[in-house]
Design a protein around this ligand. Structure first.
Ligand SMILES: [Zn+2]
Length: 273
């Protein structure tokens, strides 16, 4: 699942290379992902300039001149590709935007779970989930705000921080990384966290994401559709030694989601098996 680090590096990459270019052609290759709410993207977008690209949480928004936005929520399996228009298309390509700089932005999705909304600024509330997100993980929100936003939640900390209401942009993989670095057992109840743990969690959230962005920026290049996760410390590393204490990393799957953690560095009662 693309999370804040993946999307942020895609954002930077496209911003550096494509902002200022014009849309020459837009094509909906397969139905099921794109929703045009303001004109029909394939006929409406050509001629408009790509004026910016923004990320908020797990959404990426392309801004086009004349009050048009393409808001993309890649969900579990969506990915972007930046390539030459003549490059072979992956089977699961849903739409393409060909630019005047001789490159093409494509959206791929192995599961067709992602959504893209083509709309105008006053329709942003029609992109489900976009405006309901909490502050972005890199927005510099204060410890007080973090504490306040956690207050209504009673569940397990990992589930709460991946939901996007307290902090946006952290998904299943980076939640494991953040909780490992903060020394917090992923299934601790939010209400059971003490002040020190809250402070560590609040500090580690942007730290872990920033560090991942630096790694991805070095390694991703133009192959932005390839998911890079091999450098993570604990996520999906079940059975390997913990990089901090050498104990074996534990891993379990609940609701088809993997959770990896170190029992020694992240002590807590095992509430499920
Ligand atoms: Zn450990």
């Amino acid at each position: 699942m693309p999370e804040a680090p993946d999307l942020e590096v895609v954002r930077e990459f496209i911003e550096d290379r494509a902002v200022g270019a014009r849309v020459e052609r837009a094509e909906e290759v397969r139905p099921g992902v794109l929703r045009s709410l303001c004109g029909d993207m394939p006929s409406d977008a050509p001629g408009r300039e790509l004026t910016g690209i923004e990320r908020c949480g797990k959404f990426l928004t392309l801004r086009l001149s004349g009050d048009r936005r393409l808001v993309v929520n890649p969900m579990l399996a969506g990915a972007f590709q930046y390539c030459a228009p003549g490059d072979r298309r992956f089977k699961r390509t849903y739409f393409t935007i060909t630019l005047s700089n001789g490159r093409e932005i494509r959206y791929l999705d192995d599961r067709q779970m992602g959504r893209a909304y083509y709309l105008s600024e006053n329709q942003l509330d029609q992109a489900p989930g976009l405006l309901e997100q909490g502050p972005d993980v890199l927005s510099g929100h204060s410890l007080d705000e973090f504490r306040e936003r956690l207050r209504p939640f009673r569940g397990e900390i990992k589930g709460v921080i991946t939901r996007g209401r307290v902090v946006a942009g952290v998904g299943n993989a980076y939640a494991d990384e953040v909780l490992f670095e903060a020394g917090i057992y992923p299934f601790r109840k939010v209400k059971a966290l003490n002040e020190d743990e809250l402070k560590r969690l609040h500090r580690k959230l942007p730290e872990v994401i920033e560090r991942a962005i630096e790694v991805l920026r070095e390694r991703m290049g133009e192959r932005m559709h390839v998911k890079l996760r091999d450098f993570l410390l604990v996520h999906n590393k079940g059975g390997s030694p913990c990089p901090r204490c050498g104990n074996t990393i534990s891993q379990l799957t609940a609701n088809r989601r993997i959770t990896s953690y170190c029992r020694r560095c992240q002590p807590g009662m095992l509430l499920r098996n």
